[in-house]
Unconditional design. Structure first.
Length: 368
């Protein structure tokens, strides 16, 4: 196996992760008169395929955390914390303040609460602003992730120096925790219980990559069957009415299996794919901006496309998400063009930092 394949597999997995995260939020169809069944089916498929796709993002964050820092030589906590503050917290803080300022002005001047800011509730006081920054609720759908991952990064040096044998012993019981403690956007403790084991899985995979990929190949048949069966259960639960007591546990098993399946597919790729490379390199800007573009453009697109394509729920959903992502990408490229390297303070992403490699905001390296 070449170093190039080593890098590309997980570099491209980042592209898969960010597309899945965006689609869980953005692949939404309107509920049109006479097409309620189609709308319910589309929403069930969206949730089945993409809900809890953050699992992929957390896993690749753990993998790259260990993979990149071990290749930088001696681990420097100061350098590590500075990198995370500049490339993760700064864009979160600045964009959150901009959104909250817009919400405050809209509430106090126009008496209107913007639906995608603070989950549509008023931004009326300094306490509202501080609470939104603490919980990531300026744009709750994606931004809750930043307070969570910054909490994990705060103990990054401890995780980095954790002996592999001890890490393995911790992972065995920890991997069961997400089956018992469902995630919840506004519950930091439950999110830590659900996602920290997945981050540690990524760290373990970075240290034992060949063994982990060999495990996936040996059990690929069982992984595929489990992915399909859990997907069918999840679709049925959403379409016919909730009957699973802990559906987040089903998502956890499903996403681990789908993620393993995708890694095995990417491992077999022997050429570079420009689209995947682009999405991987701009994964954090896409993460920070996609929900804003959805909030601005979804309603007018539904109105226009709903009139032009009556009853075509799936077509409208596909066209809407395509337009929103295209506009988001154009905005990212424009910001990068105008602000250059300083754009990382606003939308994430960072300049080349590894000799012979290029890196982005979560530290992922790929061969040049």
């Amino acid at each position: 196996m070449t170093q190039k394949n080593y890098d590309l597999t997980f570099h491209y997995f980042r592209a898969f992760a960010i597309v899945s995260v965006m689609l869980t939020h953005m692949w939404v169809g309107p509920v049109l008169a006479g097409s309620e069944d189609a709308a319910r089916l589309q929403d069930s498929l969206r949730l089945c395929l993409f809900h809890s796709a953050t699992i992929y993002f957390v896993f690749i964050s753990g993998y790259l955390f260990d993979f990149v820092n071990r290749r930088k030589g001696q681990f420097s906590p100061l350098r590590f914390y500075k990198s995370k503050i500049v490339n993760v917290f700064c864009p979160y803080f600045i964009l959150s303040l901009l959104l909250l300022a817009a919400g405050w002005v809209s509430h106090h001047w126009f008496g209107y609460d913007i639906p995608f800011i603070n989950d549509g509730t008023p931004v009326a006081s300094l306490w509202d602003i501080l609470r939104c920054l603490a919980y990531g609720s300026a744009s709750l759908v994606p931004y809750w992730y930043i307070p969570f991952i910054m909490t994990v990064f705060s103990v990054g040096p401890l995780i980095f120096h954790l002996p592999t044998g001890l890490l393995q012993k911790i992972l065995l019981p920890a991997s069961v925790l997400p089956l018992m403690v469902p995630r919840l956007l506004v519950s930091p403790l439950r999110n830590l219980c659900f996602f920290v084991p997945i981050f540690l899985m990524g760290v373990y995979c970075a240290r034992n990559r060949d063994a982990c990929m060999a495990f996936i190949r040996r059990h690929l048949g069982a992984i595929r069957v489990t992915a399909v069966l859990t997907s069918l259960l999840i679709v049925a639960d959403h379409y016919f009415g909730s009957f699973m007591p802990n559906i987040e546990g089903a998502y956890y098993v499903q996403k681990l299996c789908i993620g393993s399946w995708v890694l095995e597919l990417l491992e077999g790729m022997d050429r570079e794919v420009l689209a995947l490379d682009f999405l991987a390199r701009y994964s954090f800007p896409l993460f920070f901006l996609h929900a804003i573009f959805q909030g601005i453009f979804q309603a007018p697109l539904f109105q226009v496309l709903g009139a032009a394509l009556p009853g075509q729920v799936f077509t409208i959903a596909n066209l809407t998400v395509t337009v929103e992502i295209a506009l988001c990408i154009l905005c990212i490229l424009a910001i990068k063009k105008v602000m250059g390297k300083r754009s990382r303070y606003l939308i994430g992403g960072q300049r080349n930092a590894c000799r012979g490699h290029s890196t982005d905001s979560a530290g992922g390296c790929r061969r040049q």
